[in-house]
Design a protein around this ligand. Sequence first.
Ligand SMILES: Nc1ncnc2c1ncn2[C@@H]1O[C@H](COP(=O)(O)OP(=O)(O)OP(=O)(O)O)[C@@H](O)[C@H]1O
Length: 264
Amino acid sequence: MLDLVNVSKLFNPGTLDEKVALMNINMKFSPGDFVTVIGSNGAGKSTLMNVISGVMKPDTGEVRIEGSEIQQLPEYRRSRWIGRVFQDPMAGTAPRMSIEENLAMAYTRGKKRGFGWGVTTSKRNLFREQLQRLGIGLENRLSAKVGLLSGGERQALSLLMATFTKPQILLLDEHTAALDPSRAELITQLTEDIVSELRLTTLMVTHNMEQAIRLGNRLIMMNKGRIILDIPEERKQSLTVSQLLGEFERISGQQLSDDRIVLG
Ligand SMILES: Nc1ncnc2c1ncn2[C@@H]1O[C@H](COP(=O)(O)OP(=O)(O)OP(=O)(O)O)[C@@H](O)[C@H]1O
């Protein structure tokens, strides 16, 4: 479904400040794969997301969706296949616009011209119905400005917006990291529900080791631009946080250095 073939990305190549962000990444993701992504600081996790979503192009290699190469397509052209939620709850929404205006914008994503941003009665009913599924009362606040919502409410809305038009791929970039534990748990639960209902191929970057083990059906670990560990579901089920950290040390020869690491 999503294939990365020999993908590499260097920053400031040939200078003293050269940084290897991705080095010869080869990965295949099957439909419905829910992959958690962990790694040390600067391992290349965000660059991986950026290269898939089209924020940046790889220096070499291919990004394929269902066999078609997309690495040269700009981000907006990929948005019909790819939804993304960022760590910053403000990143995926327009704070000065209302909830329904934000949803109307998400609704037109990837659609041909002619689908306006206008909020018709039928769209409003659809938005209300979708918001109801989040279970936090946003369906009664359609005209509230998004900038006035709490971080958890905005992140729930971002998640809904990213998946509104049923993309095939969902990229989650530490999307619960800025929330307090109870809100983070709510967003995690919503994520699991939406991912399984829509059968989205999902990559989720997290610094929470326990979450990386508990969620999804596959775990990948990155270090210095490479995938150093790819753990399938069967092994992941019995894995512990200390085993995971031990594996990192064994393969990389160093301790996991991550200033945002959460062990459990
Ligand atoms: N725009 C950029 N310009 C220069 N170097 C960059 C840029 N973006 C990332 N890098 C470098 O590329 C490497 C990979 O960065 P990336 O942000 O992908 O890592 P990460 O795994 O997401 O890190 P973290 O967990 O610390 O956020 C790092 O060495 C980083 O300093």
